[in-house]
Design a protein around this ligand. Structure first.
Ligand SMILES: *[C@@H]1O[C@H](CO)[C@@H](O)[C@H](O)[C@H]1NC(C)=O
Length: 233
């Protein structure tokens, strides 16, 4: 008799118990794309709807494809073997609100590389849900500098340089009246961190005795840095 009793109890238990933890959920990501600044931090926050404790869930942030792991957190331990090498040492899981179903990932310092489409995925046993969102990266570089080299007797050659811009900045020479001056040529090169360095060259007539300015502008941030120089004998 007794063994049968145990069997019946075992069979009935899952049926009789309320089963709230099988409840499904949605993941809500940032409501707008994240705009991050090079060198600063970005916080990628996601939460569960309805609100529920996510302490025992696995949470993953990935980039473009699940194999592009940015950070992974699972039931109070973090296993990062498959983390993309580009993110190593730059991510921190913020779990202070995890019992309320909120998880946030801090990335610091931001690099141009970080621009892209991210997903955060919450997984509980066999059920999972994810949210996708975009992050844009911008950076304003250092103030430009102008170098002067003598050209032939009538001319001076000006070189304006600035580093550390993202995305590609707009570069402009202007005279005192604000008229654009066409450069001899200009170059924009990417450094190893993906930031743009610019160089622009202008030849001026010495007799003009005019001042000129060099402007570098980040069109997304609407930030412009400029330098002015007066050209005289
Ligand atoms: C946790 O919640 C509090 C209160 O809503 C909020 O101020 C704080 O920024 C949250 N922390 C994280 C890491 O999201």
């Amino acid at each position: 008799m007794k063994p049968l009793c145990v069997v019946i109890r075992t069979l009935l238990l899952p049926v009789l118990l309320p089963w709230p933890s099988s409840g499904q959920f949605h993941v809500i990501g940032p409501s707008a794309p994240i705009n991050a600044l090079v060198g600063e931090e970005a916080v990628l926050s996601c939460h569960l709807d309805p609100m529920m404790d996510a302490q025992n869930m696995e949470v993953r942030w990935y980039r473009n494809h699940p194999s592009g792991l940015v950070h992974r957190y699972g039931a109070s331990w973090e296993h990062m073997e498959q983390q993309m090498p580009e993110y190593q040492g730059r991510t921190e899981f913020l779990k202070e609100n995890i019992t309320k179903g909120q998880a946030a990932l801090r990335i610091h310092p931001i690099r141009p590389f970080d621009e892209g489409v991210y997903s955060c995925l919450f997984e509980k046993s066999t059920y999972n849900s994810e949210a996708q969102f975009e992050m844009f990266v911008t950076g304003s570089g250092v103030s430009p500098r102008i170098h002067i080299q003598p050209g032939n007797t009538r001319e001076v050659k000006l070189t304006c340089t600035s580093t550390g811009w993202y995305p590609e900045p707009e570069v402009q020479w202007k005279d005192l009246q604000g008229q654009h001056l066409a450069p001899d040529f200009e170059t924009k090169t990417k450094d190893k961190n993906g930031l743009f360095d610019v160089e622009t060259f202008l030849t001026m007539d010495k007799s003009s005795r005019e001042g000129v300015s060099c402007h570098i502008r980040n069109p997304i941030l609407n930030v412009e840095k400029e330098v002015y120089i007066s050209v005289s004998d």
